[in-house]
Design a binder for this molecule. Structure first.
Ligand SMILES: Nc1ncnc2c1ncn2[C@@H]1O[C@H](COP(=O)(O)OP(=O)(O)O)[C@@H](O)[C@H]1O
Ligand SMILES: [Mg+2]
Length: 375
């Protein structure tokens, strides 16, 4: 079992809240990811889960049993949790077998040598490294070392595995492959994984649910699709990949349908669905978030009623193309399949897919997010 309940968890360093009133409910057997920029409090949260850091406020409960509170912290070795780090932390002078067997050999009452052998062998199968027992870490690739580290943490059958940026030392191609493997290992073992990363792609490709954090606070806790397509606020929308943040004003509100009509700065009228928890009124200034892939462009001068824009920048990414458009003074980023070939200076007509746009009450710094050159 590995059901985790985190309530109002807070950790201060001086007058800085590294983790600030965090609430999280994690179901048994789920793969959940703490995602956010560097310094947002991910590692501090994970270390409180592991029992290395005492919270200043709040509690951590696993399967109904309180493990952390300001008054009492159950030590790490009594929590039945495993931990995997960025730097693998394998013993260089021990073979793969002895690295993986270590936790089992420490168990009291002692396990029979035959049982240890069998469990190490089975775990090396799980991480796709059978036959590697006699190698030393120095004789393995980075990806293989990280799989040994996973095997070592999993062999003692923890109810929860905590992973802190375990793939960030690997090169890009290997990292992509390891994503699938880590996810596969979680499925095979059915252990609750709490995974920490600052990489949205990693979080989206592996997790059942993502906890998006910023400045020690939880911004949203939801399935990847939800976080990406229905971000809770501008900060989440902006962090989950490239997004156009456009200024507009609400001209009508359809409460029963939870929809609004918004006029954008360049005069376009959009009908948009409201995300749960968002309240806006007629006349409100709003920020409309639209992903580059939800804008379509066509090369046509006779656009009629469509929006017309000029291509100011093009980036070819193999299977995809990114374009920066100037739409009556507003910058709009667009992504298309690479067979739509546009050049700088081309005049295009633009269509915004209303179904995938989100609307939020206007924030002061929304403008600066657009200014940033990120393509
Ligand atoms: N031991 C510490 N002493 C003082 N400040 C710390 C300590 N550990 C972390 N912090 C601060 O707490 C914040 C969160 O850190 P951390 O949890 O490591 O972030 P993340 O893992 O998301 O990058 C940062 O501002 C960091 O500088
Ligand atoms: Mg960290």
């Amino acid at each position: 079992m590995g059901t985790i309940e985190v309530t109002k968890l807070t950790k201060r360093y001086g007058d800085h809240n590294a983790v600030d009133g965090l609430d999280l409910s994690i179901e048994d057997g789920q793969f959940i990811t703490l995602l956010g920029p560097s310094g947002c409090g991910k590692t501090t949260t994970l270390r409180m889960l592991a029992g290395f850091i005492r919270p200043d406020e709040g509690t951590i409960t696993v399967d109904g049993c309180e493990l952390s509170s300001p008054a009492r912290v159950v030590p790490p070795e009594e929590r039945g949790m495993g931990m995997v780090f960025q730097n693998y932390a394998l013993w260089p002078h021990k073979t793969v077998y002895h690295n993986v067997a270590y936790g089992l050999r420490m168990q009291r009452p002692r396990l029979a040598r035959k049982e240890i052998r069998a469990r190490v062998g089975a775990m090396l199968e799980v991480v796709s490294l059978p036959g590697f027992e006699d190698r030393f870490p120095g004789q393995l690739s980075g990806g293989q070392q990280q799989r040994v580290a996973l095997a070592r943490s999993l062999v003692t059958e923890p109810s929860i595995l905590l992973l802190d940026e375990p793939l960030s030392n690997l090169d890009a191609k290997l990292r992509d492959r390891m994503r699938e493997e880590v996810q596969e290992i979680q499925r095979r073992t059915d252990i609750t994984f709490v995974y920490v990363t600052h990489d949205q792609g990693e979080a989206m490709s592996m997790s059942d649910r993502i906890a998006v954090m910023s400045s020690g606070r939880l911004e949203q806790f939801a399935a990847p699709r939800q976080v990406y397509h229905r971000p809770a606020n501008v900060a989440v929308a902006d962090f989950m990949g490239l997004v156009n943040l456009l200024q507009g004003r609400v001209v009508s509100v359809d409460r029963p349908a939870a929809a609004v009509e918004v006029v954008l700065a360049f005069g376009t009228r959009l009908r948009l669905g409201l995300t749960d928890g968002t309240t806006v009124f007629v006349g409100d200034d709003v920020t409309v978030a639209i992903r580059p892939e939800n804008v379509t462009v066509r090369r046509s001068a006779d656009a009629g009623e469509a929006l017309v824009a000029d291509v100011t920048h093009t980036t070819m990414l193999g299977h995809l193309c990114y374009y920066v458009l100037d739409l009556a003074g507003t910058t709009l980023r667009v992504q298309t399949a690479s067979d739509v070939e546009l050049d700088r200076g081309d005049r295009v007509s633009v269509d915004i897919d209303e179904r995938h746009a989100s609307v939020f009450p206007a924030e002061v710094d929304a403008e600066s997010a657009i200014e940033e050159e990120r393509v």
